[in-house]
Write a protein that binds this ligand. Structure first.
Ligand SMILES: [Zn+2]
Length: 114
């Protein structure tokens, strides 16, 4: 399950970014996950719960996965539109693979206890 290694990477990133006493107060992690990143939110949640079993300090931490739609920008007419049904076309019907949103997997925000 590649979600486990993704969750481990996220935790490692947070450990690099914050001090241990700050991590103790971490109560929510918001992730930004593009539809093209092949990440299933529910699998991500399950992986997080599994990893947290060995990471007691994140026991109270909630993981929120925000899924972003795929947006393409047409090179011909500059139109930016959402891709539905994996049909990579702009609103004027030009085929395009110029994805400007939808491949990301990043930490959007973290919340701490007051
Ligand atoms: Zn176009």
């Amino acid at each position: 399950m590649h979600e486990i290694s993704l969750v481990r990477n996220i935790i490692r990133t947070l450990e690099d970014e914050f001090e241990e006493n700050e991590l103790q107060k971490l109560n929510q992690i918001d992730l930004k996950v593009g539809l093209l990143s092949n990440v299933e939110p529910i699998l991500m949640q399950n992986a997080f719960e599994a990893v947290v079993e060995d990471e007691q300090r994140f026991f109270e931490t909630k993981l929120v996965v925000n899924v972003l739609p795929i947006i393409v920008k047409c090179e011909l007419c500059g139109d930016e539109s959402e891709v539905t049904n994996y049909s990579f076309k702009c609103r004027n019907g030009h085929p395009t693979k110029n994805v400007i949103q939808g491949e990301e997997l990043t930490i959007e925000r973290v919340h701490f206890d007051e």
